[in-house]
Design a protein around this ligand. Structure first.
Ligand code: ATP
Length: 221
């Protein structure tokens, strides 16, 4: 598997504040379940919909780079962190389309919580013209139609597809997949560190070392 080679490319955006094993398993299981040829991790610069992250964008990017180092099918895209503009997914996908062409299948990977929040995203209906969506189960979040906003449930019903469909089009399908349940969140990790407890075994050791060396997240949230 080689990232960004012709084939099906997965995109995993997030605040990654900090990156943890939930994110990394999500990327890995998406690659396995959706037969992706690579996954690009894209840390947000100034994320929309939420307050200021606990760590600077440069630190969040550095931690994602450490976490992805040595995984041949993961790449890291720094463009959002380097951009002066706030981060939105549709403009990011437009940029990727410009870079990769109109026919490259792209799968936006999201956890069930992010998927449920899709109707709040800037220009969300344009997502489907730009990419497929691969949605992973996440403990505590439901993908049942009655739990989703009606307009999202309708898109889900119309666009629901199997992994095999992803290779046949540049975008437009929604493919759910089950992921090993990992009840890990960046919020809980920041809270642990703020309470002077260690997030060891929730994040890669290299990320833990970076957090400690830079005294990140020591203010309780
Ligand atoms: P926070 O707690 O700060 O909101 P988070 O841990 O949810 O952060 P994000 O950077 O907001 O992490 O998430 C990026 C993507 O990873 C989202 O699509 C989210 O659904 C997904 N994700 C994060 N943690 C998990 C997990 N444990 N299992 C499945 N998906 C996850």
């Amino acid at each position: 598997m080689r990232a960004d080679a012709a084939g099906v490319l997965g995109i995993l955006g997030g605040t990654f504040d900090p990156v943890h094993f939930g994110h990394l398993r999500l990327a890995q299981e998406a690659a396995d379940c959706l037969q992706l040829d690579g996954v690009r991790l894209i840390p947000a610069g100034q994320p929309r919909h939420r307050g200021t992250p606990g760590a600077l964008a440069a630190d969040r990017l550095a931690m994602v780079r450490l976490a992805a180092a040595g995984v041949t099918h993961f790449t890291v895209d720094a463009a959002e962190v380097l951009s002066e503009q706030p981060s939105y997914t549709v403009p990011t996908l437009e940029r990727l389309r410009g870079e990769l062409g109109e026919t490259q299948p792209i799968v936006l990977i999201v956890g069930a919580d992010a998927f449920a929040g899709l109707p709040r995203w800037h220009r969300w209906r344009e997502l489907f013209a730009l990419a497929h969506i691969g949605v992973a189960t996440r403990p505590g979040y439901s993908l049942e139609p009655e739990q989703l906003a009606p307009e999202l449930a309708a898109e889900f019903a119309n666009r629901s597809a199997t992994p095999e469909a992803l290779r046949g089009a540049a975008g437009g399908c929604i493919v759910p997949f089950s992921m090993t349940p990992l009840e890990i969140s960046a919020t809980a990790i920041r809270a642990l560190i703020g309470a002077r407890r260690t997030p060891r075994f929730l994040v890669p050791d290299e990320v833990l070392d970076y957090i400690e060396a830079h005294s990140l997240y020591r203010q309780a949230p």
